[in-house]
Design a protein around this ligand. Structure first.
Ligand code: SAM
Ligand code: 2KA
Ligand code: SF4
Ligand code: MG
Length: 250
């Protein structure tokens, strides 16, 4: 691939956060030590998004346009020799073709790469990601899933050579979300499937935040236990939110 300065993969990447080491707080790799790179910009506007600052303009002054090499340098200056895993989230990282070069640079350093995306957009670099989490959005988000786009992403990943982990993770707030999630699991029955507790309080902190999240998690476990079509599903909380609440950069 050409790396000349006008090639898309050489463009700088809009970055809002580089942090870690911390734990992956969600999904299949929950608890796994990782660094995070959070990109700016999203094609969705989820009502309950816990990272609205990536797209609502409130953090626009904090966006840095960084090259792949600058991001790698920053990851190692913060994380030193303590990590071997980087999670790229956002916003939607799949808006950015130039992440191709970042994945190349990280793999050259034997770093394992995970990506979080809602599954609305494709980039060719996705086939080189070691752990892909697709998180299509249920009705409570106010977004509508483009199942053609999601089908296309799933089939391209299935056809691509090489080993990678793939899972589907759906945030659940209510019964309509559960109905939606069951439909998604039925559509892709062979993809590991996770129901994630929704955090309804993303803008401020209250004394009973953890207790109320645990109540929601208990409700989700109860509902999961009842469905014959969810025998192989998992229910998980956001572990980082239980530990740190809505704090950024953890
Ligand atoms: C902030 S998003 C960024 C990546 C990508 N845009 C996506 O939605 O998958 C990362 C993960 O956080 C989840 N998330 C966002 N807001 C949440 C909330 N209020 N409660 C629980 N999970 C949430 C998303 O569903 C997604 O799985
Ligand atoms: N610790 C931690 N785990 C996470 N897993 C997914 C996150 C995200 O915002 O994409 C996230 C995050 O922001 N922090
Ligand atoms: S898709 Fe992800 S980043 Fe975008 S608004 Fe929804 S939760 Fe937030
Ligand atoms: Mg988060």
């Amino acid at each position: 691939m050409s790396e000349s300065s006008n090639h898309p993969s050489a463009r700088p990447i809009p970055v809002l956060e580089v942090f870690g080491p911390t734990i992956q707080g969600e999904g299949m790799a929950i608890g796994r030590k990782t660094m995070f790179v959070r990109t700016a910009g999203c094609d969705y506007r989820c009502s309950w998004c816990d990272s609205k600052f990536t797209w609502d303009g409130s953090a626009k002054d904090e966006i840095r346009m960084l090259s792949a090499d600058e991001i790698v340098t920053e990851l190692f200056s913060i994380g030193g020799d303590t990590f071997d895993h980087v999670t790229i989230s956002g916003g939607n990282p799949l808006l950015l073709p130039q992440i191709a070069l970042l994945t190349q640079r990280l793999h050259e350093k034997n770093i394992r790469i995970a990506v979080e995306t809602q599954g609305s957009r494709w980039q060719d670099w996705l086939v080189r990601i070691d752990e892909v989490t697709l998180s299509p959005k249920p009705p409570s988000s106010g977004m509508e899933t483009d199942f053609e786009a999601l089908d296309d992403i799933v089939s391209r990943l299935r056809e691509a050579s090489g080993r990678r982990d793939l899972c589907i993770k759906i945030v659940i707030f209510d019964e309509d979300d559960l109905t939606y999630a069951r439909g998604v699991h039925k559509r892709y029955p062979d993809i590991p499937f996770i129901l994630q507790t929704g955090n309804p309080q993303v803008s401020h902190e209250s004394d009973d935040h953890v207790a109320s999240l645990l109540n929601r998690y208990e409700w989700l476990i109860g509902r999961l236990s009842e469905f014959a079509d969810l025998k192989d599903a998992r229910a998980l909380p956001q572990l980082h939110t239980l530990v740190w609440g809505n704090k950024r950069g953890v």
